[in-house]
Design a protein. Structure first.
Length: 216
């Protein structure tokens, strides 16, 4: 079977990137698809140069490819939640949650209520900082391409950044011990989720770095 040259593959990748297919993982899937179709056309008897065949192909298929780009983004969101659910149901997650509960309870016993509230108020910021450090530092240091699944992890991070504010506001209205325990449980859950998201982000970065190292 006929194979395109490496320069031709790179040309397709650059063309798609310039056409606003900005995520490397989505672009790589499209590059494979486009290259395969062009190879089939040339093998079937189209004697024109790669560039001429490619130009004709794009006139016929570019609109559909850009539409597929949106579908890939939806698939990226599904992959995020599927990966998160798998990690959340892990026994290690329960262990992490229990350790967090114990840790916050110890803080409650050793500090006054105002100091305790101040400490737990930093939990959302810790999680958001974890994502920023993971994305910005790891991404820039390793000079990686943009990956759809990794970047779209920012959405659940922002969701879990906002939720604790409701509990923190409520915590200022009561000193009831039972309510404090509920707050400890909720904050521990949020912290556990934040840690899971950071771990998922790092694992995805490593996975994509290995899989797409030829375009990173």
């Amino acid at each position: 079977m006929m194979r395109l040259e490496k320069e031709d593959i790179q040309f397709i990748d650059t063309y798609l990137e310039n056409s606003d297919v900005v995520y490397a993982d989505i672009r790589m899937e499209m590059v494979d698809h486009v290259a395969s179709d062009i190879e089939n056309r040339m093998e079937a008897g189209d004697t024109r140069s790669f560039y001429e065949v490619f130009k004709t192909y794009m006139v016929e298929n570019k609109a559909q490819l850009l539409k597929d780009n949106k579908q890939f983004l939806k698939s990226a969101d599904k992959k995020i939640w599927k990966t998160f659910l798998k990690a959340f149901l892990s026994p290690l997650t329960l262990l992490l949650f229990l350790i967090s509960c114990i840790g916050f309870y110890v803080l409650y016993l050793n500090f006054n209520i105002e100091t305790f509230r101040l400490i737990i108020s930093y939990v959302p910021l810790i999680g958001l900082s974890g994502f920023l450090l993971t994305y910005v530092v790891y991404h820039k240091v390793n000079n990686l391409k943009r990956f759809s699944v990794v970047e779209r992890l920012a959405f659940p991070f922002l969701i879990f950044y906002q939720l604790p504010n409701l509990v923190f506001n409520f915590s200022h209205q009561t000193k009831d011990f039972k309510t404090i325990l509920w707050i400890i449980g909720f904050v521990s859950l949020i912290l556990t989720i934040k840690i899971l998201l950071v771990v998922i982000s790092i694992n995805l970065f490593k996975s994509y770095e290995k899989r797409f190292k030829n375009i990173a």
